[in-house]
Design a protein. Structure first.
Length: 228
């Protein structure tokens, strides 16, 4: 198989593709980082450029994670090597998780943007969707259930991030499903990472200054202002 190092590098390079920034420049000729929150993620693309570009950026960011975890991790030239006492399916799961993590790191610290990217929520969702789709469907339902009444994307993202390892733990320890324990470990790490990445949002939520999704209106004069 491809060496793990190559898989990680490919995952990182895929994750580094700054969809919001490039789409903003291609469609409207502007850099999304110069407006709104200044973030290079899909949420700011919604805010600044409207739902068409925002939706495209969201799907692209999810696709980066899914492609890394579901496709790049499978680029093998032979049988999976053994890793001590680990079974082949465990090795495959760990490689998929690492490839997904590489894409997430690429999104958050993209090579093409001077290592200053988005917060990695959509890319994380895509990677985990490729690895454990049933769990992610539950988590995505929780995301919507929090977003609709509250209007806060950041709050929905953080609660969903925590809900993922909780859901995995319930499946493993309560229902005895075949989910690999490595998914739980990585889920906890990702949840902590997403919460840390949202620390400025946490401060704004506490101060009552966080933007709600319903209030996402491009700044006056922005070309995307009529799309929302």
């Amino acid at each position: 198989m491809l060496t793990l190092a190559v898989i990680l590098v490919l995952g990182y390079l895929i994750g580094s593709v700054p969809s919001s920034v490039w789409l903003g420049k291609m469609v409207h000729g502007i850099d999304v980082r110069d407006y709104g929150s200044g973030n290079a993620g899909a949420t700011n693309a919604f805010r600044v450029l409207g739902w068409k570009v925002g939706s495209s950026a969201l799907l692209f960011d999810m696709g980066k994670g899914a492609f890394a975890a579901g496709v790049i991790s499978q680029l093998r030239l032979g049988a999976l090597p053994s890793m001590g006492s680990w079974e082949a399916d465990t090795v495959a799961t760990v490689v998929a998780l690492l490839a997904g993590l590489a894409a997430i790191v690429g999104h958050m610290f993209p090579l093409y943007l001077g290592f200053d990217g988005g917060k990695g929520v959509a890319t994380t969702a895509g990677a985990l969707l490729a690895i454990t789709p049933l769990t992610m469907l539950v988590v995505m339902a929780i995301f919507v259930a929090v977003l609709l009444p509250s209007g806060y994307v950041s709050l929905a993202s953080m609660i969903s991030a925590v809900a993922f390892p909780v859901s995995v733990a319930v499946q493993i320890f309560v229902f005895g499903t075949g989910l690999n324990i490595s998914i739980l470990v990585v889920g906890i790490v990702l949840a902590l990472g997403i919460i840390i990445a949202h620390r400025s949002n946490i401060r704004r939520l506490i101060a009552g200054e966080e933007n709600q999704f319903s209030s996402f209106r491009p700044a006056k004069g922005m070309i995307g202002r009529d799309e929302i």
